[in-house]
Design a protein around this ligand. Structure first.
Ligand code: NAD
Ligand code: UDP
Length: 314
């Protein structure tokens, strides 16, 4: 049994990670400011004696003694990370420094939830980890993209300077139950709109692509990377290589929900990446990881979750 800290543990991915680590018998501490996360994501864990939740901000020094630290604390949806871009940037950079300083003091292995956004609007397709990206440093997405890039820099500098045992994952769009229904991400937006027979809001002409990974595949990749040998530091792409346009995604969701929704085209937000698809060769060859849940099956499970939410909230 290991003592594990999960920052951002009350969020969409963090709460599923806490569940998976507890199921493996570990002692888990969730640290969260509840900026975008919610108590309801971890309510089912309150009576679990191996689980503890601390309300705190990763921008401040973190105390404790852990064997492993997973750093997930950061708003992830464009709507939330653009609301207060300076908070987002500080969370990424100061949060990385604080978990790394804790790792220096305690010898913990430390994992960073980085993102495919480090590739920006990519001119290399699909994106391998060796691609340095095409990121606007001064645009509305930069607080997130550059914050996450700076966090990766810090991870590798702490590794080189202090020998910190690091693991860095680059996450591609992930979806599933416990996504925040109001955070504006495409999968939750389209599902809720379809369930309510409202217009499906496609930004731009809908030809931009994304690769969608179901949360359980991603969490499996997280744990495989964390438990991998010392030689594997990352960055490692984890994402489902299936690639879909937003128009295709909308049509799939309308069809599965048998919705009467119509497509409505709205302006494309600034710097919205045109294409995204992970090259997962490293994850497959070095971690033995591959996704098991295809988009249709993951969408059905997510739709079933949101149908309950829509029913209760009206
Ligand atoms: P989320 O918004 O549901 O979870 C983020 C959690 O971090 C929330 O519980 C929030 O309250 C907490 N948090 C934010 N700022 C904090 C701070 N300063 N101090 C303490 N806690 C703070 O988002 P998610 O989708 O679960 O994303 C989790 C991580 O994975 C993020 O780091 C995100 O950048 C990364 N990621 C997610 C995706 C995806 O598709 N879901 C893709 C790429 C990267
Ligand atoms: N998008 C859309 N309609 C929505 C929400 C998002 O067409 O209601 C588009 C968005 O412009 C982007 C893609 O869907 O091209 C994915 O958006 P999301 O915010 O989920 O993730 P990210 O842009 O960070 O990959």
């Amino acid at each position: 049994m290991s003592k594990i800290l999960v920052t951002g543990g009350a969020g969409f991915l963090g709460s599923h990670l806490c569940d998976a680590l507890l199921a493996q018998g570990h002692e888990v501490t969730c640290l969260d400011s509840f900026y975008t996360g919610s108590l309801s994501n971890i309510a089912h864990l309150q009576s679990e004696t191996r689980f503890k939740c601390i309300e705190a901000d990763v921008q401040n020094k973190i105390d404790g003694d852990f064997d492993e630290i997973y750093n997930l604390a950061c708003p992830a949806s464009p709507v939330h990370y653009q609301k207060d871009p300076i908070y987002t940037f500080k969370t990424s950079v100061l949060g990385a420094m604080n978990v790394l300083d804790l790792a220096v003091r305690t010898g913990a292995r430390v994992f960073q939830a980085s993102t495919s956004e480090v590739y920006g609007d990519p001119v290399v397709h699909p994106q391998p980890e060796s691609y340095w990206g095409n990121v606007n440093p001064i645009g509305i997405r930069s607080c997130y993209d550059e914050g996450k890039r700076a966090a990766e820099t810090l991870f590798f500098d702490y590794q080189r300077m202090f020998g910190v045992d690091i693991k860095v994952v680059r996450i591609f769009n992930t979806y599933g139950p416990r996504m925040d229904s109001k955070d504006g991400r495409v999968v939750s937006n389209f599902i809720i709109q379809a369930l309510r027979d409202e217009d499906i809001t496609i930004y731009g002409d809908g030809t931009q692509t994304r690769s969608f990974c179901f949360y359980s595949d991603l969490i499996d990749g997280f744990i495989k990377l964390m438990n991998s040998g010392n030689d594997i530091k990352g960055p490692v792409n984890i994402g489902n290589p299936g690639e879909f346009t937003m128009l295709e995604l909308a049509k799939k969701i309308v069809s599965i929900t048998e919705s009467k929704s119509q497509i409505r085209l709205l302006p494309l937000p600034e710097d919205d990446p045109k294409q995204r698809k992970p090259d997962t060769t490293i994850a497959t060859e070095k971690l033995g990881w591959k996704p098991n849940v295809n988009l249709d099956s993951g969408l059905r499970k997510t739709i079933s979750y949101f149908s309950q939410q829509v029913k209760f909230k009206g």
